[in-house]
Design a protein around this ligand. Sequence first.
Ligand SMILES: N[C@@H](CCC(=O)N[C@@H](CS)C(=O)NCC(=O)O)C(=O)O
Length: 221
Amino acid sequence: MPMQLYAHPQSPFCRSVSMTLSLVGKEHEYKYLDLFAGEQNSPEFLKINPQHNVPTLVEDDFVLTESRAIAVYVAQKFGTKGQLFPEDLKEQAAVNEKLYFDANVLWKAFAEVFGPLAFGGQKEINQDKVKALKEKLALFNTYFEKTGFVAGTKDMTVADICCLATYTTIQLTEKAFVNMEDYPQAQKWVETCKKKIPEYEESNQKGLDIFKKFFHARTGL
Ligand SMILES: N[C@@H](CCC(=O)N[C@@H](CS)C(=O)NCC(=O)O)C(=O)O
């Protein structure tokens, strides 16, 4: 049976896994879960993932959740030597560092601005949270000084891919909260990564377009 990825394209976490799978060329079955219809809470899916979230990767009897863990697993298992996840221990640590940064700092800062508006009924933009997001983005912008890739590696890694899914999601809210032109190194890095991901349109852009409509519908911004 082919590997299965339970996912929804709007989710940045699913998009990063899709980009990783496409880059290593791993065939898989994309199992679309309509999160807005609550399909993640069906008894069948809860048996697979009681945490009812996506992405969820199923490979025979092995089930893996958490997008960044999935991306690392996919790169290590199916990538060519060192592709997307370096072999050197210190480089691996640097990649892991930026994966944690993506989850715990960058995405978190964005979610604190966007989440209450989209899901919590909040009407006003919280400017303190916007300030915090701008600080994180300014820090992020410095990460490309060494090599042009987020973890200072010679080539693109899963840290770039996961951060790319987050950053391009922030980009689509442009002008509502932040001005992306304030982060020129990051903007340049996005274009570099896009060129390196042959299936970028299908694996990231398509979901971003859905997210954009959702964002406008929910926030009016
Ligand atoms: N930290 C997780 C976050 C996963 C997550 O929050 N997924 C959302 C979609 S963006 C989800 O499945 N929500 C449905 C639910 O929790 O019921 C990851 O990186 O995979």
